[in-house]
Ligand binder design. Sequence first.
Ligand code: FES
Length: 163
Amino acid sequence: MIAFDIEPILQNHPDAGRDSLIPILQEVQARHGYLSREAVVRVGEHLRLPASKIYGVATFYNQFRFQPQGRFHIQVCRGTACHVKGSAAVLDAIQRSLKIEAGQTTRDGLFSLEVVACIGACGLAPVISINGEFHAGVTTKKVEQILDSYRKRASENGKGEAA
Ligand code: FES
């Protein structure tokens, strides 16, 4: 599956060198949603770079994920308006509750977490988006309540409501 999907991307970069690494990884992630180990190894073969080198470069950039997204994908805005209104504390509360860092997915696959730039709803700051649903004026106190509402949703509907 991975090899099947990734080859057209690599074929678009036939004589790719190290400069092509980031664009290729971006395309792979856009197609797969994350960078699987298999994909990293295959990109490494194509560019003649060891996987360890690719991980080293990719982890430097916040944009890359190494795990599939959870059923509920949380985006915490760290744009200026949200930052001023306390988004760092909100992010911290979410990380503590889910026991994951930004860029990771919970073990049960229910939640994944991402920090994003302004999502265009500054009037609602601080704002988080979960599967595209905006939550306005989020406080550290509200975090647990919001997460619980999604946990409840998942337990009521085993299949969830993934976007
Ligand atoms: S700064 Fe957060 S929505 Fe614009």
